[in-house]
Design a protein around this ligand. Structure first.
Ligand code: A2P
Length: 276
């Protein structure tokens, strides 16, 4: 499938396969191991994990056991959201490398601008500290690209104005009904690639009547419409599934949604998590 081998080129020239397997909420052990193995077997070359998901060990093992050369797979992990110091970030990176048992990472992200249990807390100084550690890790050649996640325009500006390297990526919640126009527009203006996590709105988008109609029109499934929509918008979708058939389905998106229909989908402004 062509879309699995198509790449986005980050601002530093690093190539990132357009679709990745998301592993949020996949338990460590067999579930995570098998999902990653299925994905690699069916041509995925981009896997997204995080220290907070507590499944890095299984991701690393599945990648090693797959027989696919490490350098052919784009692997992302993330710094836990409560770690906002320079030393803390360096230590956490080493721990992630130990869990994955890798000697380099493709992309390392600050998981959120604030700890998940204190959403909205002002951590501007801490994000600058953590980012300086990311710059060191990057300059040391341990990671091929660095970025952030869940950052809004203010959070991004704080880092950009006070540090040297502009983040290569911002990974945000992005799906039909939640296309984050302001953040996306800002990212585009700074050449920051947006990655779309929860492209299916954690499954809720799949029963939306507009998306179901669109799926019929294109003879595709609602999941395929949601994933293709992200690609049409220039974002990298990271659909999560533990089922082999769905992992295949989610990457079978070698079709185009017309610009008219993308505009229609852009016009859906309700968060699908409230549709059901
Ligand atoms: P499962 O892991 O049991 O397959 P998101 O990527 O937006 O976070 O959505 C993930 C949710 O959507 C999970 O509950 C996942 O369940 C489900 N899901 C993933 N792919 C599909 C698909 N092709 N069809 C139906 N549900 C899917």
């Amino acid at each position: 499938m062509k879309t699995l081998t198509d790449v986005f080129v980050l601002s530093n020239g690093v190539k990132m396969p357009k679709i990745g397997l998301g592993t949020w909420q996949i338990a460590d052990g067999d579930d995570c191991y098998n999902s990653v193995r299925y994905a690699l077997k069916h041509g995925y070359r981009h896997i997204d994990t995080a220290a907070a998901y507590r499944n890095e060990k299984s991701v690393g093992k599945a990648i090693r056991d797959s027989g696919v050369p490490r350098e052919e797979i784009f692997v992302t992990s993330k710094l836990q959201s409560h770690i906002k110091t320079y030393e803390g970030a360096l230590e956490a990176f080493e721990q992630t490398m130990k869990e994955l048992e890798f000697d380099y990472l493709d992309l390392y992200l600050i998981h959120a601008p604030w700890p998940w249990n204190e959403i909205g807390k002002d951590c501007k100084a801490g994000n600058i500290e953590a980012w300086k550690a990311f710059e060191k890790i990057y300059k040391d050649g341990r990671v091929r690209a660095i970025g952030v996640s869940n950052f809004n325009v203010d959070d991004l500006e704080n880092v950009i104005k006070n540090t040297e390297i502009i983040p290569h990526v911002n990974q945000i919640s992005f799906f039909i009904g939640n296309n984050q126009e302001e953040t996306h527009h800002y990212c585009k203006s700074k050449n920051i690639l947006v990655e779309a996590y929860s492209p299916l709105a954690i499954g809720f988008a799949l029963s939306n009547p507009h998306i179901m109609d669109m799926a019929k029109k294109y003879n595709k499934t609602p999941a395929q419409i949601c994933i293709r929509y992200c690609i049409e918008k220039g974002t990298a979708p990271l659909p999560k599934s533990t089922h082999e058939n769905r992992i295949i389905e989610n990457a079978s998106v070698d079709f185009e949604i017309s610009s008219e229909d993308v505009l229609f989908l852009d016009g859906i402004k309700d968060d699908p998590r409230r549709w059901s």
